[in-house]
Design a binder for this molecule. Structure first.
Ligand code: ZN
Ligand code: FE
Length: 260
């Protein structure tokens, strides 16, 4: 478990399953769990902290994000919050939320962003300078388009990148190195991407997470966000002979990654 301090709360990062991360948001009166893939590591972390779970926050309905809901709810009686679009697909959901909702968890104000693309109901949670984005934005990557269109995902990513560059993002998978390898092989060999690959490879060799990162760094090194950059886009469009607009370029890169 790794911990990160923000002004009003601490985030604990718990590795789960193969490559998932589960997060705990801790204040004096709140212990909220984001996307419990499974219950055992969350219960162990609660034990270590000597605390009971007060809330579960789900970003989307996939099993590796909601798997721990029923067990944790019955053990702690916590409130389960999740996307209103997926009421039927989120086990033990108590409080459906949508874009623009502001939740008050103890002293924490948390706002909800609707970020469809990976799934049709995917949401993200913003608290202060922290973003919990599930499978929408990854380190140097983005979620696969299981239920959404490239346009939806591009709009969702644009919502996320409109947050301040210093925002730390907590995503649900450790996929960074593979994404950077893809980027270097198929999209761009820019120095900033090479440097990030070297740094993040070092972290992984030491058994450390590459997450959280910042929105600012993603804007400079995430191949799925580069279509917003005009110089990059012009080069990419010429090289691949595709339509010159951010969504078409994004869709082309997403399709290349799916085949990679
Ligand atoms: Zn997912
Ligand atoms: Fe996932």
């Amino acid at each position: 478990m790794w911990s990160y301090t923000h002004h009003e709360f601490t985030v604990h990062q718990i590795p789960a399953l193969q490559d998932n991360y589960i997060y705990l948001i801790e204040t004096n009166d709140v212990l909220a769990c984001v996307d419990p893939a499974e219950s055992a590591p969350v219960e162990a972390a609660c034990g270590t902290l000597g605390r009971k779970l007060t809330h579960i926050l789900n970003t989307h309905h996939h099993w590796d994000h909601v798997g721990g809901n029923p067990e944790l709810k019955s053990k702690y009686g916590c409130t389960v919050i999740g996307p209103s679009y997926d009421v039927a697909r989120i086990p033990a959901l108590d409080q459906p939320v949508s874009e623009g909702d502001v939740l008050h968890l103890g002293n924490l104000d948390m706002s909800v962003l609707f970020v469809p693309g990976h799934t049709r109901g995917h949401i993200a949670y913003v608290i202060e300078d922290a973003l919990f984005c599930g499978d929408t934005l990854f380190g140097a990557g983005c979620g696969r388009l299981f239920e959404g269109t490239p346009e939806q995902m591009w709009n969702s990513l644009s919502k996320i990148t409109a947050l301040p560059p210093s925002t730390r993002f907590y995503c649900a998978h450790e996929y960074t190195l593979g994404n950077l390898e893809f980027c270097l092989e198929r999209v761009t060999q820019e120095d900033v991407v090479q440097q990030r690959f070297t740094r993040d490879s070092g972290r992984r060799q030491q058994g450390l997470p590459t997450i959280p990162g910042t929105i600012g760094e993603e804007l400079a090194t995430n191949p799925f966000l580069l279509p917003a950059n005009e110089v990059f886009r012009n080069n990419y469009v010429c090289k691949h002979g595709i339509k010159d607009d951010p969504v078409s370029v994004f869709a082309h890169i997403r399709a290349a990654k799916d085949r990679w």
